[in-house]
Design a protein around this ligand. Structure first.
Ligand SMILES: Nc1ncnc2c1ncn2[C@@H]1O[C@H](COP(=O)(O)OP(=O)(O)O)[C@@H](O)[C@H]1O
Ligand SMILES: [Mg+2]
Length: 209
């Protein structure tokens, strides 16, 4: 899967999310008495999960200690486990570790309350990042626990340049139309994950769009 092969590992490899990166860096560079809690909003395939992973590395978390938790497995029991496990130090700088809860807006009921109590006394060496596509998720009590980070709509020309770079790098057949990448973005949108995963089939079939 090209989307996985080209998943950015550091902030400087991410395209078009300068605002989110600036906000994340500011929070991570700022000393706080408790752990870091972020909520990343944005459309699918805009780089939310990638941003959380890059933020964790920037903060000095070892790859081993970046835990991706799917919201479906975020029940009371697994949150309780996560809570007690969070006190164990990680391998990286200052024993830091990171939990990423994808699609956090689907955590409801008792799990939601459990999550709230976890965030209320998060150890200083722990970072929790929720990602969501839903701006109006949850009540204010939960949302106010998080530092908010918004991903931006990536510019069409930036996505197009990126697809050209990947196509060349992967030695895929480049269409004759010099605007092929612009057209792909125009007709298929800005979801970079979708573009990368469909690129081989599209270009090997000799189609621009
Ligand atoms: N801003 C971006 N810059 C570079 N690649 C991106 C960006 N956004 C998404 N991608 C690509 O799409 C894939 C999926 O991104 P992801 O962070 O999982 O998106 P989201 O969590 O917003 O759905 C990544 O592995 C990467 O290849
Ligand atoms: Mg994601």
């Amino acid at each position: 899967m090209l989307a996985e092969k080209y998943r950015p590992r550091t902030f400087d490899q991410i395209i078009g999310q300068e605002r989110a990166i600036r906000t994340l860096k500011w929070h991570l560079d700022t000393e706080t008495p408790t752990g870091k809690v972020f909520l990343i909003f944005g459309p699918s395939g805009s780089g939310k999960t990638t941003l959380t992973e890059c933020a964790a590395r920037y903060w000095g978390v070892d790859d081993w200690d970046i835990r991706l938790v799917q919201s479906a497995e975020c029940d009371v029991e697994s949150l309780r486990q996560l809570d007690s496990e969070s006190y164990v130090y990680g391998l990286g700088q200052g024993g830091r570790k990171c939990y990423v809860i994808d699609e956090i807006h689907t955590v409801t009921g008792r799990a939601h309350d459990r999550l709230l109590s976890l965030l209320e006394h998060l150890p200083k060496h722990v970072m929790v990042c929720g990602t969501t596509t839903e701006l109006d998720w949850s009540d204010g009590t939960m949302r106010s626990r998080f530092a908010k980070v918004y991903t931006s709509k990536i510019r069409a020309e930036d996505v197009a340049r990126y697809l050209e770079m990947v196509a060349a790098n992967e030695r895929l057949p480049i269409p004759e139309d010099p605007k092929w990448a612009e057209k792909l973005v125009k007709y298929n949108g800005l979801n970079i994950r979708d573009h990368l995963n469909e690129l081989p089939d599209r270009l090997l079939a000799g189609m621009a769009a």
